[in-house]
Each structure stands twice: as C-alpha cells, then as structure tokens.
Design a protein around this ligand. Structure first.
Ligand SMILES: [Cu+2]
Length: 147
C-alpha cells in the first residue's frame, strides 16, 4: 500500500511542478498609447516566471530599466523604435538571481521621455503555487524517510 502511495505521489508532484511552470503569464504594456508619453499600465505586479511584453503604439520610444538619468543594466529594448516594435522580458528566477534589486521592484523608463513622466515599474512576487508545491514535496520526502 505504501509502495503504491509513493509510486503515485512522485509522478504527481513532478506533474504539478510542470503545470505550475505552464501557468506563467504574459502581461501586455502599450508603449506610447495614443501618441502620449506614457506606458498603458506603468506599475504592475507579476509572479516569478511571468513575461512582460511591451508593444509600441507610437514611435520614438524605448524601454530601459532604471530611473530617468539613472539607468540600470538589467534590460533595454534598444534605441527609440518604430510603431509595432515588441520587446519582452521574462522575470524568471534566473533573471532575478542575475539582476537582484531590493524587493524585486524593477523601475523602467523611456530614455527620451523619462523626464516627462514616461516611467513604470515591475514588481515581481513569488508564484503562490511554488510554496504549496514545496510543501507537498517536503511531506512526500518526510513520509519516504519514515519508511
Ligand atoms: Cu518615449
């Protein structure tokens, strides 16, 4: 019975972990909507593993991490670009580890228009499923050790 339990549990935990990864979302931000010097939803909160996708609705903008006049090297779309440009950043654990900032808050701005208020921020929080899965894995391994 116990052997059966563990034969069932291990694949279940592995499958759940994969399902968690598949839940990563894409958050869309419009760059320069209506020709205004703004981002459509400048300050957003996402979960680890999610992707932010900026799409240019007007020309002459870019997206770079950091504050106006104080850029950081974490991400940069390139020079100011044309309508239809798309720039994506995936804020997975590897990105967070390589580009650590306090509270996982990534400020960003448009270089030409940052001083005009074309700024935003991405706050990255843990995916709720990740801790639950961690708990399940701990319980499974504890039971295994007790055999
Ligand atoms: Cu701009």
């Amino acid at each position: 019975m116990r052997a059966l339990f563990h034969r069932v549990w291990a694949p279940l935990v592995a499958t759940s972990a994969l399902a968690g990864l598949a839940h990563a979302e894409i958050f869309d931000i419009i760059v320069g909507p209506g020709g205004d010097f703004v981002f459509s939803q400048p300050d957003i909160t996402i979960e680890v593993g999610d992707t932010v996708r900026w799409t240019w609705e007007s020309a002459g903008h870019n997206v770079g991490s950091g504050l106006p006049g104080d850029p950081t090297p974490f991400f940069l779309s390139g020079p100011p670009a044309d309508v239809g440009t798309i720039f994506e950043v995936t804020f997975d654990q590897a990105f967070l580890d390589a580009n650590a900032v306090p509270d996982n808050i990534y400020a960003y701005h448009c270089h030409p228009h940052g001083d005009l208020g074309m700024v935003g921020s991405i706050t990255v929080v843990p995916a709720p499923g990740s801790m639950a899965l961690f708990g399940v894995a701990l319980i499974a391994s504890a039971r295994r050790r007790r055999r």
